[in-house]
Design a protein around this ligand. Structure first.
Ligand code: GCB
Length: 648
């Protein structure tokens, strides 16, 4: 009686196994770059956002789509389809309860006309890029399998030049099958539970269990692009920066594909449109005298200064000269953990910020510019200088805005809910390493990213956690020696097996919420004790990476009771008293849980989602938002490096 769930698992495993086989034996780093698609004199881009045909495979074994090969002909010929917006989660768009909580394969399809100029020129390379498909995706173009990808939050792409050039002028059919099943070896992990007691559950009944506290939204969450490059092209650009007595140093490494006889020219432009440095070749260093550094928001009167690096590739081919151009915003800054401090450009940086989620009404985790801008406006209103991408990588466009506004980021991978000993096995570890490679490859050039977080609240007290985190953190440092690495712990210092390997201790706790609930008077003592115990053992700087309390908007109670606005504020204030005692010492940051209310699985502990937001899910401020705003602007005024008066 386990057929349905087993098949969901089996289908997933088939894909993962194929992928795994392909990956085995590969060297440390991923092959190929993952530069954000952009329009340049040599590149064009077309976004495929809008309505796609959609069909969830409700068959008992979730396998009908593969049995009937839905990718071989238009999806609507297979049966009824829905109009599904992209980007968006599919869960909240309709009124169908079954689709809201659907687990298994869903199918997306879009017919697209590729511009004639792209298909007629054999010198053009046409790429299909999917920015995020949660969780496992298989892609076909005109019925031909082009790629597969595991992991719901990072981009992947396929070269589809041959396929679209084969039928110029005709519509091309892009089909994407996506499975949101989470297993002990996915990231995040989960488990499918088969309910076999026929007196309590219908036949073939199964549920997806997870150990994280957000709704497992699924679908095409970010943009799908078609873009072009010449067939000889700039495949990757890696930039690291340093400062030597006021001179900015920009180290670069360029990877070129498909031709070995090429020339590379680099120009670094300042904001006024002046070329401030020039370079040649695939690797080198640009020197910028009296460089304007990239400073975090509220740390400098001109934060977030970005230069533009223009890379031009020139290749002599049989058909003549071909060139490719790619441009990259570059922020010159340094990051270092020294003793008890987190230094940005040599100055102590204090994280006063938030944890976020990609989450909103109707769209779920779907990217939406209006929502993103609202969030950035609120962050700046709040006086927040940082956030953690709890608990998975956010959209590339969000990272670009962080660069642009000077919002500092702790970039977290989807290592959340690692609570089963099984999830420390080699198969999980290998996948975790791959995900870190994909994350570093995507986000390495963002000046706003100052630290990698490899996990949130794993069972880091279990014995296998030591080898696991030593390996993941070591691998991440090998991929990027320029940034500190951490993971976020909710264990005790004396038993934590991962803490020895991190650069910064990040701790989550919810005193007087999940423990000693209602007892507001114990918070200060417990927060202080936690700081002291962690510091005594590791002598590393500490970030209070989560703290908070639920408040159901509109609930008031004084003296404060749980879930009221007064209680949420009181909890925050107690933490603040304790933080203020330590922040001049080794505590280097505080990130509230959470920026906004967000959706979770249903449970008796959740009242239509998690209500620890200081903003509602609709981004309206609760009382705590004003409290935090006052605090953040005050801290910014105290810690500013330059003599300017900030006004909140
Ligand atoms: C945590 C988790 C976060 C939860 C939060 C809570 O420790 O890291 O994902 O949402 O607690 O509110 O329970």
């Amino acid at each position: 009686m386990q057929v349905a769930g087993a098949m969901v698992g089996a289908l997933w495993v088939t894909g993962a196994a194929a992928l795994w086989a392909a990956l085995c034996g590969r060297a440390l780093a991923l092959e190929g770059g993952m530069l954000y698609p952009q329009e340049t004199p040599s590149r064009e881009r077309k976004d495929l956002n809008g309505l796609w045909d959609f069909r969830a495979d409700f068959s008992e074994d979730r396998n009908q789509g593969f049995r009937e090969r839905w990718y071989q002909r238009p999806l609507r010929e297979s049966g009824p389809v829905l109009d599904m917006p992209v980007p968006s989660s599919f869960n909240d768009v309709g009124q169908d309860r079954k689709l809201y909580s659907f687990i298994g394969w869903v199918w997306y399809e879009r017919q697209v006309l590729v511009p004639r100029s792209w298909t007629q020129d054999p010198g053009t390379r046409v790429m299909l890029r999917i920015s995020s498909a949660h969780y496992y995706a298989i892609v076909w173009v005109n019925g031909v399998h082009v790629t597969e990808h595991e992991g719901g939050h990072l981009p992947f792409e396929a070269d589809i030049s041959k396929l679209v050039q084969f039928s110029p002028g005709e519509l091309n059919r892009i089909t994407i099958a996506i499975n949101n099943t989470l297993t002990p070896h996915t990231l995040p992990p989960g488990i499918i539970e088969h309910m076999t007691d026929s007196s309590r559950y219908p036949k073939y009944y199964f549920v997806q269990k997870t150990n994280f506290d957000f709704f497992n939204y699924a679908g095409l969450h970010r943009s799908v692009f078609l873009y072009t490059t010449p067939v000889s092209y700039i495949d990757d650009v890696t930039v690291t920066t340093d400062v030597d007595q006021g001179t900015g140093l920009v180290n670069y490494e360029i990877v070129v594909k498909s031709n070995e006889n090429f020339e590379l020219e680099l120009l670094l432009w300042d904001k006024e449109g002046r070329v401030v440095a020039k370079g040649m070749g695939a690797r080198g260093q640009l020197a910028v005298p009296s460089a304007q550094l990239w400073w975090p928001y509220l740390m400098h009167e001109q934060p977030a200064y970005l230069y533009t690096l223009e890379v031009t590739l020139v290749v002599q081919t049989g058909a003549g000269i071909v060139s490719d151009v790619y441009t990259l915003p570059v922020g010159i800054r340094t990051v270092e953990v020294v003793h008890n401090q987190f230094l940005i450009n040599g100055k102590p940086f204090y994280f006063h910020g938030v944890n976020k989620h990609e989450d909103a009404d109707i769209r779920g985790k779907g990217f939406d510019w209006a929502l993103v801008m609202k969030d950035f406006n609120l962050l700046r209103w709040l006086g927040a200088n940082s956030f953690r991408t709890s608990h998975y990588p956010y959209a590339e466009e969000v990272m670009q805005l962080c660069d642009r506004y000077g919002i500092v980021v702790i970039d977290e991978c989807p290592g959340v809910g690692i609570v089963l000993p099984e999830s420390f096995k080699n198969i999980s570890l290998q996948h975790h390493l791959e995900v870190m490679e994909e994350l570093v490859r995507r986000d390495k050039n963002h000046p706003s990213v100052v630290m990698w977080s490899v996990a949130n609240e794993p069972v880091s007290w279990l014995a296998p956690a030591a080898y696991y985190f030593k390996t993941v953190i070591g691998h991440t440092k090998a991929l990027d020696p320029t940034r500190p690495v951490t993971f976020v712990s909710n264990s005790r210092p004396e038993v934590d097996r991962g803490a020895p390997y991190v650069d910064v201790i990040c701790i989550n706790n919810y005193y007087s919420w999940y423990h000693d609930y209602g007892h507001l008077e114990v918070i200060q003592l417990q927060v202080n004790a936690a700081f002291e115990n962690w510091y005594k053992l590791y002598q590393k700087p500490i970030i209070q990476s989560e703290y908070g309390a639920d408040n159901i908007p509109g609930f008031h109670q004084d003296p404060p009771l749980m879930f009221s606005e007064e209680y949420q504020k009181f909890v925050l204030q107690q933490y603040h008293f304790a933080l203020d005692q330590k922040r001049k010492d080794y505590v280097i940051g505080e990130l509230i849980w959470n920026f906004a209310d967000f959706m979770t699985d249903q449970s008796p502990r959740r009242v239509i989602g998690n209500k620890k937001g200081i903003f509602t899910r609709q981004r309206q401020p609760k009382g705590s938002a004003f409290l935090l705003r006052e605090r953040y602007w005050k801290i910014a005024n105290e810690t500013i490096c330059w003599q300017i008066k900030l006004t909140g």
